[in-house]
Structures are given as C-alpha cells and as structure tokens.
Design a protein around this ligand. Structure first.
Ligand SMILES: C[C@@](CO)(OP(=O)(O)O)[C@H](O)COP(=O)(O)OP(=O)(O)OC[C@H]1O[C@@H](n2ccc(N)nc2=O)[C@H](O)[C@@H]1O
Ligand SMILES: Nc1ncnc2c1ncn2[C@@H]1O[C@H](COP(=O)(O)OP(=O)(O)O)[C@@H](O)[C@H]1O
Length: 288
C-alpha cells in the first residue's frame, strides 16, 4: 500500500495573454501549494481493473475521476498488467479553483510510479499529467511555480514568505470552461507578474500582497455576488490581501500575524460554511 498527499494550490497571479486556435487560453500564472490536502492510498490488486473509492458524494468513482484517468493513462502507456484500488479521502473543496481533482491525478501518477516501479522522473510525470488537465503538471511538482502555455509549462520559483492563508468557499459551483469563455480580453487589467516574481525572490511579504491579481476574478464576480461579498468581508475582518483563486469561487486571504487568524476565521464562519486556515507549503515535492 502506497500513500500520497495531494495538496491544494492557490493562484497568486493569473493572467491570460490571448485565446488560442485550439480553444484554450494562453496563461501566465503563479501558483503555490497550501497545506490543505486530499489523502490517497494506492493498493495493488490481482485483477487488471482500476477501482476508485471516494469519500465524497460529489466526486465521481468511475472514469470521470481524474485519478482514474491518471492510472488508466500510465497503465496503457507502459503496458502495466496489474490493477489498482485508489482510495481518495477528500479534504479539498470540490470545483473550488483549488485544483483538487488535478492534485489527486498528480498524486496518483507519483504513487503509481512507485507502486508499479516505472522509474519515471517528475518531469516525465508532468508531461503525462498535461494529457489529463492543464493544472496537473504543476501539481506533479507542487511548491511554487510560474505556469505558461495552457498551464502545463512549469518554471519553478522561490517559495513565498511565511504566512497564513485563509480559504473560504461559497456554496456555489463554477465551471472553469464557462469562466474562461466569458472573459473579455479587451477589458482585462493584467496582474503584476514580474513584481510578484521579485517579491518571492526577495521574500517581501508586503510586495507579495500588493502584487496579487487574477483576470478571472471580475468574470466570476460578475456572475456570483457571493464572491464579491466574501472578498469584501475578508478585507473588512482584517486579512492583509485578498484574491479569488483560479476560476473560483474560493477566495483566499493572506495574514502575517498568527494571532489575527482565529478572529477572521470565526467571523467568516458566521456566513460561510467552508473555511480553512492553512500554511503555505512553498517547497516542491522531494524526489526522485
Ligand atoms: C483556472 C485554473 C487556474 O489554475 O484552475 P482552476 O480554477 O480549475 O483550479 C486552470 O487554468 C484550469 O485548469 P484545469 O481545471 O486543469 O482545466 P482543464 O480541465 O484543462 O480545462 C477545462 C476547460 O477550461 C478552459 N481552459 C482551461 C485552461 C486554459 N489555459 N484555457 C482554457 O480555456 C477550456 O475551456 C477547458 O475545456
Ligand atoms: N478526484 C477528483 N476530485 C474532485 N473532483 C473531481 C475528481 N475527479 C474528477 N472530478 C470532477 O472535476 C470537477 C472539478 O473538480 P476540482 O478539481 O475539485 O475543481 P477545480 O479544478 O476548480 O479545483 C468536479 O466537478 C468533479 O466532478
């Protein structure tokens, strides 16, 4: 039995440069992993099947599950004859902009590489991950990186300065495809990506806070007032800086001073059920 941790990511920046002929958007985004994670167990089975056991009622337990797709891809590509039972203990909110499914797929790739003794490097797993979804390559490594292309071209960056991250997810779901589809590139205000890279390099917390930006935030906010209200409340309760992650609807607040965290969490819990206070992980997965 092999165990893998599948952490969530947040977007410190998310910029869209243009729409591509293949329908995807060319992005430039800085992501970092946080200490809110799904837990995954992989067990060899004698039958050649892939079985998913998921603890959450909104998570599919068939081939629609991204962890299933990761196992199926590896099995076919490397002609593996063994089967696997994948048990997912979900802690990351679903369809939240936190890459939960992508991280499960990435952890499955890392774990099966060990269980099936395939001897692949993280770089090779990241290339395979891109076939499953745009965020899977980043999740293979974790840590902090800038992603280009449709999200699969990864350049590693310095970890963020230490702070708390408060995540709050309103009880609505958004479709990533729909949010990208409604983006009007003629009106976007681009985030300060270069300044964010400097902030990470210098370990400058205040500069990191003032460099946060996400071009998808106004799109999701235009569709869901809950996200606008949540961002305003988090700012009012005292987070140092607040941004929506990915295509949303999760909003995160950065807080440097530990003593302020419980107050902000309790205030948010008054009107939002899904609130987590976590640390940035910052560092990459240690392998190979
Ligand atoms: C917005 C981001 C930011 O990290 O994350 P989430 O909000 O999902 O966490 C990602 O770009 C989401 O990546 P991911 O969720 O893996 O997307 P995919 O499954 O590859 O694509 C879902 C749909 O989103 C759109 N899409 C995705 C990526 C991209 N660069 N351009 C796009 O236009 C396409 O319509 C695609 O059909
Ligand atoms: N392992 C998984 N965990 C969560 N959702 C999954 C998984 N596999 C497939 N899905 C599907 O992917 C959709 C998006 O889920 P998720 O990855 O949590 O969102 P996001 O990309 O916004 O972070 C869900 O609606 C769910 O049906």
């Amino acid at each position: 039995m092999i165990y893998e941790k599948a952490p969530a990511k947040i977007n410190l920046t998310l910029d869209v440069l243009h729409k591509r002929p293949d329908g995807f958007h060319e992005v430039e985004m800085i992501m970092t992993t946080v200490d809110l994670a799904d837990r995954i167990w992989l067990r060899l089975t004698s039958e050649r099947s892939i079985t998913i056991k998921a603890s959450h009622r909104f998570v599919p337990n068939d081939r629609k599950n991204l962890a299933y797709q990761a196992a199926d891809l590896l099995r076919k590509r490397y002609r593996v004859n063994e089967g696997v039972e994948i048990t997912l203990d979900k802690n990351i909110p679903i369809a939240a902009g936190l890459a939960g499914g992508s991280s499960d797929a990435a952890a499955t790739l890392r774990g099966l590489n060990r269980l099936w003794k395939l001897g692949l490097s993280l770089d090779e797993l990241a290339v395979l991950g891109a076939e499953i979804g745009s965020d899977v390559s980043f999740c293979v490594y974790g840590g902090t990186a800038i992603a280009n292309g449709r999200g699969e071209k990864i350049t590693h960056l310095s970890p963020p300065p230490n702070c708390w991250v408060i995540l709050a997810k309103p009880s609505i779901g958004v479709s990533t495809g729909n949010i990208y589809g409604q983006l009007d590139l003629s009106t976007v205000s681009h985030p300060k990506t270069a300044q964010m890279i400097e902030a990470l390099k210098e370990g400058d917390y205040n500069k990191m806070c003032s460099s946060l930006g996400n071009v998808l935030e106004p799109v999701t906010m235009g569709l869901h007032d809950e996200v606008v209200v949540l961002k305003e409340q988090m700012e009012r309760f005292g987070a140092d800086a607040v941004l929506m992650s990915g295509s949303g609807p999760t909003v995160f607040g950065l807080v440097r001073q530990e003593s302020r965290v419980p107050k902000i969490v309790n205030a948010l819990k008054g009107f939002c059920q899904d609130v987590h206070a976590v640390r940035m992980l910052g560092e990459r997965v240690l392998v190979d």
